[in-house]
Design a binder for this molecule. Sequence first.
Ligand SMILES: *Cc1c(COP(=O)(O)O)cnc(C)c1O
Length: 382
Amino acid sequence: MRIPMTDLRAQYSSLKEEIDSAIGRVIESGRFILGPEVESFETEMAAFCRAKFAIGVGSGTDALVLALKAGGVAPGDEVITTPFSFIATAMSIIHCGALPVFVDIDPTTYNIDPRQIEARISAKTKAIVPAHLFGQAADMESIMDIARDYKLKVIEDAAQALSAEYNGQKVGSIGDAGCLSFFPAKNLGAFGDGGMVITNNPQIADTVKMLRNHGSKISYYHVLPGFNSRLDAMQAAILRVKLRHLENWSSLRRQKAALYSDLLGQVEGIETPNVSGRNTISANYYTVRLLNHGPDRGELRSYLASKGIETNIYYPLSLHLQEAFRHLGYHPGDFPHSELAQQQVISFPIYPEIRDEDIAEVVDCVKEFSQHNSRGVLSKAN
Ligand SMILES: *Cc1c(COP(=O)(O)O)cnc(C)c1O
């Protein structure tokens, strides 16, 4: 038996006819870059996120760069963000010529800890970029309060959290702008790269629209230094088909995550995800912590791999310790919660089509291994 982290073919086969006909429609139309298909998708996404504007761009990473620039982040500015995320969260800040300033995470949610933000604000601080990791929103109320007090922009990295809600609001629609990714393995995945900026701010929307298209509104008249970062019509057409299933898929993912947590709850040495009462998660990853007296992560991964079960580590190295950011001058020990998380987390297979039996099988293998291979204090089974 094989249980992959995600199974994109299962999703395609359930929608094959609709997707193939959408692709055919685009080929027949001869419109491949932007155009009516992208505009329709943007309208539908804005409605889905309950935001005024949605602008399709080339990737989630580009969405971050363009939103930061549209929000006024410029060379020499500082931007506060989390050290525990995918690299793009901080790399996008570097690409604006600004400096990422890291703030440690809240170990219960893996998201930036708002209680530590104020101490890192300086005269150069321009924005805060929270990432809603594993599909759970950061503590947006506290973050928005700080942003209001210090007049900072908030650009949400919602790449993992499309369809998640915080206090009843869709993530990405709470800050000044929200950034989405349509990387194939995300909750709403294209057949290639794609991304989107959502915002309620007409000026940010207008600027992102120009930035994605060489800084122009009218062809061959350029008003600012922009990029070539457009969503193509084929991806938009595919995503429009999938968007109709997104709420259902997210609810299936939440059920699968809840089943994992139920079954794993009894296993000694494993900490299942903590979901705050304000959050409805998108459950794009299912990530647990192996506590110090629990099973060794590398050995557990090898054991599960031998049983055909894929696992992954999101993320094995905190951003402040990445070689690409060495010039920022951070050191091991600077962000203890992020560094502990990088050592302890492991993610298990989750996707809407995964069978409950597969989850039970993963958990049985984890239990089997943990009973015989826990470190430190004896496990309860002994
Ligand atoms: C996937 C992801 C991105 C980048 O999205 P791409 O579309 O791959 O460029 C950014 N931030 C986070 C947290 C992500 O998970």
